[in-house]
Structure formats: structure tokens, C-alpha cells
Design a protein around this ligand. Structure first.
Ligand code: SF4
Length: 495
């Protein structure tokens, strides 16, 4: 008699590699998908979204301030999900407070929650800054946050005294998630903090402001390296390199706040700076533009300095505005990068790459792929961007004569649509994008080069730089090594 039970799992278990997933319809009612519903614009649902929640971007920004805690005016899930995402990416603890909305807040509004919540936060943790981040629910029920904020400050002053209450900066960032993605959340945080805190004293300084956008600690350190080589002082607004990558010294007790992060004083001084450089145009330019309008601080918004041309543009603009020379050390770094490109061109040229991510990273990677002689078969962003298509098209136009196939642009598409398109491509050599592309790359049988937000399935990614000449060179090696491992037998690669 045959056993009706499935084969038993061996006592030693089995690996993922041994698992086979049958790709057969689960039910007889299964119908193949309607091809007209593959484009995201023909559907009223998003499948596998390419962007996430707007408050996340604002929280990312606030985590880069000194002694700051974001306070989320919404439900616990809006906070927990973000803390979980940050923990996965940065492997660091991060404090985010919540107004903890329940049914009563949905009916009566979140006034009580914010007043008591911020009071509790202040008397327990004595932060320098509380960044209040609204959410979908708070925005939909129409919380009058400006009046709530006044009431919160009044309550604090009554309880802890005017002076101590005034020492805590409370800044509101409105982030209705239905109106944009995490990129816009960061952008709004830049505008809110600059708008609330920056001042012009009249003492012009030759410092520059850097708004790094949703780049990683490794990238921020590379930007600081470039500035240091050029002898330029800078205020980095939202400096997560010092808070979300803080050192762990063998402790007797762990300090509650990391040592670093942008201070309130530094933000105040941003109105006196010589210029503001936004590393990612879509994530931060609102702050730079406000500084320009209010205080006449010149704004340079992107492109993200990835690859040779974009880094040249960044360094040249820095030199132009500050009058500093571009030092030999940077020229040599550029030379090494260009040398590496020449050494590896026979691996990268005519490769077909699919690129996706937030608008700035997708744009920067498109240009870099073109510089390497690749054809970007598809370029996708899931974050809404007014200029994305136009910006990608401008890059493609410069290199179109080298392409082996006409690229396709997906603006505000979802990852499902992007993947379906890639499956139909004749040939694909690599995917460049964040961790959500791991399945696409596996399905297409090509390597994934991880860049952008979020990268949660690799250790140490947040420490690496992809910006600047040195970052670009390392990124190039990662691309080439992935292609070599994937495309060539081990005994055929150049030794
Ligand atoms: S999308 Fe809205 S409801 Fe969902 S986590 Fe973000 S703020 Fe909260």
C-alpha cells in the first residue's frame, strides 16, 4: 500500500536550493492574466509598489539630527513599520515615538494624543528636537496641527517652565502618504526644518549646506571627504552618518542619543551659507529652494554625483561657488576611476541593464550605465516625479547612438509591470536597483546590483559609498565582478 502522505522531511532538513516550487495553477479556475492589465496605468491597484510611505522619508531625515526624536501623529503601525525598516537597513536601534491613534482619535481627532505624547517624550528623554510627522489618518481626519502645536508648547511651558520648554524645538512636517512617497517625505522635512529654524544673521560665511537626501552613511562620508580635500566647511542637514552608523565603544552604559547629528545651531546658520547643494534633487530641493528664496543662498539641486560626469559637475560647482581649487588628490581619484573604466570596458560595454529606484538614483545610475557603454533597456521609478521622464530622456538622447535596443521608461510604475516587461526582453545582463529587485533578478537569471532605498538584504551596504570618484570606482568593480561571476566560467575569467 502506498502512503498517501507526502514524502517526509529528512531529519537533517534540506536547503532552499532543494526546494522546488511547482508553477502550475493552484485551481482549475485559474485564468492567465489579462495582458491589458499589466500596465499600472490601466489598473486601480498597485502590485508590488516601487515606493513606500511618505512619513518614512521625514523620519529618516529627523533621525539625522542631534538629540532628536520623530513623533508620529498616527497609529502605531505607521511607526513600527518604519522602525523595522530602519533596523533592517542600518542594524542600529532608533527611537521613534508615536501618538498611538486608536478609535477615539479617529473620531475626535489627535489633539489629546499629541499634547500628552510630546509632553511625555520631553520629560522622559529631554531631546533638543521633536519632529512631528503626520500620517494618512491624521491628515484625513483633518487634525489642526498648528493649533495643536501651540497647545503642546503651552502645556510644556506650564509644566517644565518657559525656559526649558523653549530649549526643545518642535517642528511639524506634514506628510499625507497618499500624496507622495518617502522621497517627498524627506523633501518636506528639509523644507520644514529650514523654514522653521534657519536664519540669516548678515555674517556671510563661506560654508556650504549639503542636503544629502536618502543616501547612506557611506555616501555622506564620501561627500565629506570631497569637501575636506577641497578645504570647504559644510553643514550637512540630516547627517545620518553620525546617528544611524554610530560607533559602539565597549560600554558600561549606552548613551541614549548618539554623539553626532546636525545640531539646531548648525541649521540656524544655514541662512548665512554660500550655497546649498542637494545631492538628490527630489529629496531635499524644497529646503534648498526655500533658502534661496528667503535668504538668497544659491541652490544647486542634483544630479546625484554617481559616475564621472555627475561627480565632475558636483566638484566643479563646489569649486565655482567657493573659489577653491580642485586639488590633485581629487584629480587623481578621478584618474583612477577613469582607468578602472578603461580596464573593464570589455566587460560592461553593450551589456543590457534594467534600472529602477527612486528618481534621483535611477537617473544617476542610468547615466553611469551609459558611461560604461551599457544599454539601459528599461528605467523605472515608483516615486511620483514630474520631471523623471524628461530627465531620463535627456540622458538617453546623449547616448542613443550606442544603444543596442530602444530603452523603455516607466514613470510611477510598479515593480510588477517592470518585471513583466523584463521577462519579455530578448536579453538582459543585469538589474540595478534596491533589494525588492532580488526576485526579478532571480526570475530573469541575472545578477542584481544593489543601490538605493531600501537595501535590507546585505550586511554593510549602508557603509559603502557609490557617490564621488572613489564610490564610483568601487561600484564599477561590484558591477564587473557580478558580471564576471555570472557570465563566465571560473576558468575563463581573466586572471
Ligand atoms: S501609508 Fe499611511 S497608513 Fe500606511 S504606514 Fe504610511 S502613514 Fe501609516
Amino acid at each position: 500500500m502506498t502512503c498517501p502522505l507526502p514524502e517526509r522531511i529528512p531529519i537533517e532538513g534540506f536547503t532552499y536550493r532543494d526546494m522546488k516550487i511547482d508553477k502550475v495553477p493552484a485551481t482549475p479556475e485559474f485564468k492567465p492574466r489579462d495582458p491589458s492589465l499589466v500596465p499600472a496605468k490601466n489598473r486601480s491597484v498597485v502590485i508590488n509598489p516601487g515606493a513606500t510611505c511618505m512619513p518614512l522619508g521625514a523620519m529618516w531625515a529627523i533621525m539625522g539630527l542631534h538629540r532628536a526624536i520623530p513623533f508620529v501623529q498616527g497609529a502605531q503601525g505607521c511607526t513600527t513599520y518604519v522602525r523595522y525598516t530602519f533596523a533592517r537597513i542600518f542594524k542600529e536601534p532608533g527611537s521613534i515615538a508615536t501618538a498611538s491613534f486608536h478609535e477615539d482619535a479617529a473620531v475626535f481627532g489627535g489633539r489629546k494624543n499629541v499634547i500628552h505624547g510630546v509632553r511625555n517624550l520631553v520629560v522622559r528623554y529631554w531631546p533638543d528636537v521633536v519632529g512631528i510627522v503626520t500620517t494618512c489618518s491624521s491628515e484625513i481626519i483633518g487634525d489642526d496641527m498648528n493649533s495643536f502645536l501651540k497647545a503642546t508648547k503651552k502645556k510644556l511651558a506650564e509644566e517644565i517652565g518657559e525656559e526649558r520648554a523653549a530649549a526643545v524645538e518642535i517642528v511639524l512636517v506634514n506628510t499625507p502618504s497618499f500624496a507622495g512617497s518617502q522621497v517627498e517625505g524627506y523633501n518636506r522635512a528639509a523644507r520644514s526644518f529650514v523654514g522653521s529654524l534657519a536664519e540669516k544673521t548678515g555674517d556671510a560665511s563661506d560654508k556650504v549646506n549639503i542636503i544629502p537626501g536618502m543616501t547612506y552613511p557611506g555616501d555622506i562620508r564620501e561627500i565629506k571627504h570631497i569637501l575636506k580635500e577641497m578645504g570647504i566647511e559644510a553643514t550637512v542637514l540630516f547627517d545620518i552618518s553620525e546617528t544611524l552608523d554610530a560607533p559602539l565603544h565597549p560600554p558600561k552604559s549606552l548613551p541614549y542619543y548618539p554623539e553626532g547629528g546636525t545640531t539646531v545651531e548648525e541649521i540656524r546658520g544655514m541662512g548665512d551659507a554660500a550655497a546649498t547643494f542637494t545631492i538628490q534633487k527630489e529629496a531635499g530641493s524644497a529646503g534648498a529652494v526655500l533658502l534661496e528664496k528667503k535668504f538668497g543662498v544659491k541652490a544647486f539641486n542634483g544630479p546625484m554625483p554617481v559616475g564621472v560626469a555627475n561627480t565632475d559637475m558636483f566638484v566643479t560647482a563646489l569649486a565655482g561657488i567657493t573659489g577653491r581649487e580642485i586639488p590633485k588628490t581629487l584629480i587623481d581619484e578621478r584618474g583612477r576611476f577613469v582607468d578602472a573604466m578603461a580596464d573593464t570596458l570589455h566587460y560592461t560595454m553593450m551589456c543590457r541593464a534594467a534600472i529602477f529606484g527612486d528618481p534621483d538614483i535611477a537617473l544617476a545610475m542610468t547615466r553611469f550605465a551609459c558611461e560604461l557603454g551599457m544599454t539601459p533597456v528599461a528605467v523605472m521609478t515608483g516615486s511620483p516625479s514630474v520631471t523623471f521622464e524628461e530627465d531620463v530622456e535627456a540622458i538617453l538622447e546623449e547616448y542613443r547612438h550606442l544603444f543596442t535596443v530602444e530603452p523603455k521608461i516607466f514613470n510611477k510604475g510598479d515593480i510588477f509591470e517592470f518585471e513583466e516587461y523584463l521577462r519579455g526582453c530578448n536579453r538582459l545582463d543585469l538589474v540595478i536597483g534596491h533589494s525588492k529587485g532580488a526576485d526579478i533578478a532571480a526570475e530573469c537569471g541575472v545578477p542584481l546590483i544593489r543601490v538605493g532605498f531600501p537595501v535590507y538584504d546585505r550586511f554593510g551596504y549602508q557603509k559603502k559609498a557609490i557617490v564621488g570618484y572613489r564610490g564610483g570606482e568601487l561600484l564599477l568593480y561590484e558591477i564587473v565582478n557580478a558580471l564576471m561571476s555570472h557570465q563566465y566560467p571560473i576558468d575563463r575569467v581573466q586572471q
